[in-house]
Ligand binder design. Structure first.
Ligand code: SAH
Ligand code: F3S
Length: 439
């Protein structure tokens, strides 16, 4: 049996794609998985290009695998994902020993491509596709997963000036609702309790139903909530540009939708948002949050922030800090702006030094950390609904591991019979990484 080693970088979508890759190659070419690249007959690297660092990592990694190829001429190395789409044959220029370059939408063609390589040993680039056929070949296999991803759409039609995603993932395509529901039912039957709907821009979801009607994200959430065995629903990533009233109201209508929302704001300055081509203002963003809070007073909001976007002044940055105080964002992600070739922002002049950007990032992260501790401490003494995921060993002691609605890990003593159940846990202590509690 041939062995495959898959390395995945980047977002949850890439993780999901990698599981499709493995599924298809196992099914069609009988590959088995190996954690060790040295034993592999086929190595696949699923890449990310959202920031420059991720891209540079690619060539470091390929350099290390080149040595394996020198030892084993039959080894096949394939590069997929967003860097592959962006760089195409440039990858061959820097790493001529690569055999296959494929894109996020051409995963389902891999079995054919690999067979071809074995027969002809010719390099192949296969990136273009305007459909989501890859899902047709896929059935989840990491069954008995308490929490399971379902990809609902891919690509993005927005044109945020800093972002490479519309280029690498292409135009938005939504899967049809029947296909998504069948996947959700399949997961539910096999033990999944929580569904996480995935996409670059999930609130742009417009799935065409068999009866030709168009289903939006709010409607899809309602349909999934009707599956009895599914107890929780989450979605990532949505954006404030299209957070319409029907989606806001769904927080009132669907209790299974968690008390948690990740809604990336990027900056607290309207001037910068405009330059980023994010078509909302801070007051619009606050209005969305306020409406959601009116239905869900205890909801926790998290966000993404870009620090040092070209032209960001101290004043702009202070507005971002002020917004963090106003919204009291919980655990969030923050990044120093990374210039992406071909994006509109790459042409803007950037006068803030890296040192200054790092200082701003530090200040911002400190503030977010303080908020995170604030929200965690507020939970001490309260009962939280915890979805129990697994049993783990911590300091040689068995502990149940579960998640609260607001995405915090809770460790507590209890029987493994509770795995897969939602139970009330009283929070005892709060630490940076997790909470401790009692049944
Ligand atoms: N669709 C989401 C964002 C997806 S990209 C939205 O509308 O907000 C994930 C995150 O990566 C973004 O929220 C942003 O904070 C970060 N990011 C994207 N491009 C970046 C860049 N060029 N430099 C730094 N961070 C970036
Ligand atoms: Fe990127 Fe903006 Fe779309 S951040 S993924 S272009 S919504």
């Amino acid at each position: 049996m041939k062995k495959i080693h898959i390395k995945t970088w980047g977002c949850q979508m890439n993780e999901y794609d990698s599981s499709i890759i493995f599924y298809i190659l196992q099914k069609k070419l009988k590959y088995i998985s190996t954690k060790n690249a040295e034993n592999a007959d086929l190595i696949i690297l699923n890449t990310c290009s959202i920031r420059e660092k991720a891209q540079e990592k690619l060539f470091d990694q390929l350099g290390r695998w080149k040595k394996l190829k020198n030892k084993n001429k039959k080894l096949i190395i394939a590069v997929g994902g967003c860097v592959a789409t962006q760089e195409k044959k440039n990858i061959y220029k820097r790493a001529p020993y690569i055999d296959i370059i494929f894109g996020p939408k051409t995963i389902h063609r891999l079995p054919k491509i690999i067979k071809n390589i074995y027969q002809k040993r010719k390099k192949i680039i296969n990136i273009q596709s305007n459909n989501l056929k890859k899902y047709k070949f896929y059935k989840h296999q990491s069954l008995k997963k308490i929490s399971g991803y379902i990809s609902i759409m891919e690509g993005c039609n927005k044109c945020c000036s800093f972002c490479i995603v519309p280029h690498t993932r292409g135009k938005e395509i939504s899967r049809n609702p029947e296909e998504i529901l069948s996947e959700a039912n399949f997961l539910a039957k096999n033990g999944t309790k929580e569904i996480i709907l995935l996409g670059q821009n999930v609130n742009s979801y417009r799935g065409q139903s068999i009866n030709k009607s168009i289903v939006k994200l709010s409607h899809l959430i309602k349909l999934i909530s009707k599956i009895n065995k599914i107890k929780r629903i989450r979605f990532i990533t949505s954006n404030p540009m299209e957070f319409t009233n029907d989606l806001i109201k769904i927080y009132k209508k669907v209790p299974k939708l968690v008390n948690y929302l990740h809604l990336p704001v990027q900056s607290g300055s309207n001037r910068i948002l405009k330059k980023m081509r994010r078509s909302y203002s801070i007051s619009k963003y606050k209005k969305i949050i306020k409406k959601i809070i009116s239905y869900r007073p205890n909801i926790q909001i998290t966000s993404d922030f870009i620090i040092g976007f070209p032209g960001e002044t101290k004043k702009d940055f202070e507005k971002t800090l002020k917004l963090i105080d106003d919204i009291k964002f919980d655990m969030s992600f923050s990044f120093i702006y990374s210039k992406r070739p071909g994006t509109p922002a790459a042409r803007l002049s950037d006068f803030v030094s890296l040192k200054e950007k790092k200082e701003r990032l530090y200040l911002l992260q400190k503030k977010i950390q303080k908020n995170t501790i604030f929200w965690s401490k507020k939970m001490i003494g309260t009962y939280q609904q915890v979805l129990v995921e697994k049993l783990i060993y911590k300091n040689n002691k068995k502990k149940l591991f579960g998640k609260t609605q607001n995405n915090r890990t809770v460790l507590f003593k209890g029987s493994k019979k509770l795995i897969g159940k939602i139970i009330d846990v009283k929070i005892k202590d709060a630490y940076m990484q997790n909470l401790k509690g009692n049944l």
